[in-house]
Design a protein around this ligand. Structure first.
Ligand code: ZN
Length: 87
């Protein structure tokens, strides 16, 4: 059974399943291109089992970068909404 962890998006109080990057609310708010990048790099990472260490490392870095970009995009979207609501 998958456990739960906090959603990594700033100020989010929701939980995510351990096999998910973020809570469902924020995943739905992630731009499609970045969602695709998260999936593509995750699948690529799954395909390098047994590959050379450098190949596995490169795949892990690509996956981490895609995840960070997705989280950053959602945070920026919310920051902009907060700013607009203050105007
Ligand atoms: Zn969240």
């Amino acid at each position: 059974m998958a456990g739960k962890s906090p959603c990594p998006v700033k100020n989010c109080t929701k939980a995510r399943n351990d096999n998910q990057l973020m809570c469902l609310h924020h995943w739905r708010r992630t731009p499609k291109l970045l969602k695709n990048a998260v999936w593509d790099t995750y699948l690529a990472w799954g395909r390098v089992v047994g590959a050379a260490l450098e190949t596995k490392h490169a795949a892990a870095v690509a996956m981490r970068d895609a995840q960070r970009a997705a989280i950053a995009a959602v945070e920026e979207k919310e920051r902009n909404e907060t700013l607009r609501s203050l105007l």
